[in-house]
Design a protein. Structure first.
Lengths: 179, 179
DNA sequence: GTCTATAGTTTGATAGAC
DNA sequence: GTCTATCAAACTATAGAC
């Protein structure tokens, strides 16, 4: 619900109806709405990125690991749209404490592996920026999915994680493949 | 205010205080909150992307126009963080009507020019997907700015539009420069 | 651990004076 | 065009019975 409507768009009553207890009973389990939200985020973000990190740290050439990373990342985003929406809402709404939690709990692991891969792919490039670019290249295709059908050339298959992965892998391979 | 806190995070009283009139007076100018929001969006989005389209449609080689596009796009995002936030909130919260308005009012012009450039740069590539990739490559650096300082290698200059533009231009030039 | 009842606040929106 | 006053509903949160 928070993924779909945001923090202030979801009330304690909405939540209580969804879980089938009264709003008052929610306050037996959580001290207030803020805390309920934080625990929901902590749960939603736990272990989500482990597969990404594993794909990056496996064996193979840097290009093979790049391809596995892109496949794994697009797969995760396609399988769990709520996770993606929650992340992007946190980037818009999160205060320092929440952003630090997200950074440490979901981004840090894969990001370290991504910067390591970035240094292999392009040693002369800033690895931090290249890691961000690789992630953005994937994420933006999902982020823009609801609006792309109103844009020229937009077709349903552009929302297919496999199609997105192939496109991104080819683009990055062109940039870092034979250099 | 909508950029910072979202639709349901801003009340009519908040707005009335910010503009210095009573909440009741707002209803003399707008029939309801929804309509006020739509008019605010229509205003915020008008002519925002004209500079991008101009950069893409100017003279020069495709690589020169690519570089001008990236400079122009990063400049816009750096100069107007609220515009970027509003766009990303619309992608998360917009219904069909609002997304169509955004698509036609802000995305369509530059996107058509971007797909045209994409076909020049990489005829064998899907121009729709490549245009999305070029945009995401730029936008994600701004979207992740608040969290990147908690990630390894994150430095303040990574938020500088000029640094971002140089990075993205180099990456895209590597992919499409000498092919 | 869940409920009903409710306190106290904030919300979107309206009525009517000026 | 703006105001004060206000309504009805929804909100977060608490009290107290079971």
């Amino acid at each position: 619900m928070f993924a779909a409507r945001g923090y202030s768009g979801v009330s304690m009553r909405h939540i209580s109806q969804a879980v089938g207890i009264s709003a008052a009973a929610l306050y037996h389990h959580f001290p207030d709405k803020e805390n309920l939200y934080l625990e929901a985020m902590a749960h939603a973000f736990t272990d989500k990125a482990a597969g990404i990190t594993a794909a990056l740290e496996g064996s193979g050439t840097s290009l093979e690991r790049l391809e596995r990373f892109v496949d794994s990342f697009t797969g995760l985003m396609g399988d769990d749209p709520d996770f993606r929406a929650l992340l992007q809402r946190e980037l818009l709404d999160g205060d320092e404490i929440r952003l630090k939690l997200v950074a440490e709990r979901v981004f840090l692991g894969p990001f370290q592996a991504m910067t390591a891969l970035a240094e292999e792919l392009a040693p002369e490039c800033d690895p931090h920026m290249l890691a961000i670019s690789m992630a953005g290249l994937v994420l933006f295709h999902f982020e823009t999915a609801p609006v792309r059908r109103f844009l020229p050339g937009g077709r349903p298959e552009h929302n297919d994680p496999k199609i997105i992965a192939r496109h991104v892998t080819r683009l990055l391979s062109r940039a870092f493949g034979d250099g």
